[in-house]
Design a protein. Sequence first.
Length: 135
Amino acid sequence: MNLQAIAVGYISMVNPSYVGSIRRSAGYTSTPDGSRVPAFTQVDGVQMQVQALTGGDLKHLDSLNIQGVMRAVYVNGQVQGANRPGGKGGDKLLIPTGVSAATPDVYLVTQVLEPWDSGGWCKVAATLQVVPPDQ
């Protein structure tokens, strides 16, 4: 049962949901000079709820030594952080929370906090990324 889908209607009354995209890490490709370029597949139309991290979340993330703007994001779907054995970086969330929906904020999934695989949703810690103008 996807409890997040049931609760999001009530939560959205005080904190708006966003419809964004997920860029799922698909490993990397190698260029002729040997450098690696991350590869992604994109899924559009994904409902997301962006919230502040709780005290427990912050305690959990404390040892990762990550700085920046971090948020808890409830995603109606499954996303992953870095998977070193699988050769994948973290998934990216494109969320229209910024000034313009045409240029969404890009968050890197830093850590999966609650993987509700059977429920069809997850809670992740995500870090805001600096994105070059051409991406």
